[in-house]
Design a protein around this ligand. Sequence first.
Ligand SMILES: [Zn+2]
Length: 474
Amino acid sequence: MALKLFNTLARSVQEFTPMDSAGKKVGMYCCGPTVYDFAHIGNWRTFVFADLVRRYLEFKNFQVTHVMNITDIEDKIIKRVCENKTSLREFTGKFEAAFFEDLKTLNCLSPHQTPRATEHIPEIISLIEKLIARGIAYKAGDGSVYFSIEKYRGCGCNYGQLLKLNFDEMRTGERVKSDEYAKESVADFALWKARTPDDGDIFWPSPFGEGRPGWHIECSAMSMKILGPSFDLHLGGEDLIFPHHEDEIAQSEGATQKPFVKYWLHGAHLLVEGRKMSKSLGNYFTLRDLQAKGFSGREVRYLLLTAHYRETFNFTLDGLAGAGTALARIDECIGKLRERAAEMLSLEKNPGQNSVVSLLPSFTAALEEDLNISGAWGAVFEWIREINRRLAEHSMSPTAAETALLEWNKVDSVLGIGAKSETEVPAEILALAEARIAAKKAKDFKRSDQIRAELKAKGWVVEDSPKGFKLKKL
Ligand SMILES: [Zn+2]
């Protein structure tokens, strides 16, 4: 089977084949957070989507390098640093730490590299210099450096690869901001913003004068530094398609004259309680707001993962409550499977059929089709129904239960929702419990009582059951 993904660049679903000639390595970049506040649930939809893509590629044995930038220099950040009379690093550090904490709460795998914009100023400057040398960027009267879309198009390059653009409308339709009067054309965008009094002491020296980088250029500079001039996957929310991603392509291809990214994946918007999220409507939630309402990261992750990434999703508190119910069904089934599999350890006879209740083929078939997550969940719940039926009929052997658990672990390496794990029993304790059963069978009750006391001393209680024994931690 081959993975197919909707590539915004091609505006169609395409088979995914990495650029690596061995077909193994995959470079993946996802635009990261701007650390001036806590990320909201709409942001989290994109990061959980990126996590799903990464986990599924790894499940398919690709060697993924997952890069996510930290935007720690930007207009809103500067404004808040000046308002709060703090230092840039202190201010952004607090929200960056919160972001990584939330990422963990949602059980997202940590990206392999999380470069900060402020630590890549030399790379950003050198990329701008290349664009100036190629005649595509220019320094304007206000001291800022802009990217010229006209010159870029004049070189035979295509601006508007992700989105069809009407250039006449771009010129007349967009209002000229007072601080950007110096641009040659309204559509041009800033690569380097000249220092202004409002910036306080937040600026860097450069060959173009003191200032700071624009937002778009940081993603081009950092992604290409780590993943090379051309890489496989670039992800983000659909609101970033224009201008951010379009500008990333223009800057990168303008400088390297090589195709920048092979597959562009965009996650759709999130509505909350049926409306666009806004603080004034009271439907604006950070992950922390939802935790304060008693919901877990696991429930939020589950709900965010129920909709296909290209569908607008309506996130509701009722939906979150439903997520808890769905997860409880999974937990109950996995718990019963664990119990049944553990009976293999007892010396009792193990009746039941060894025939396998398969999940992986249907789960994988769904995800191969542009990450059809609804189909994948359908496969999971169908599997749970069948497992529950067989367990209720006592027709599943401990071996079949263990095979089912191994399949579940693989499926969960993609979903990342886990199942409440029972306490892991150390091998030494298990061996003692088994020795106790053997002693009982040999009618050596003195020995079996000794072992029970020994287990208790080690913090474990053993209970007999018709099928063997159960161990509980004291
Ligand atoms: Zn970006």
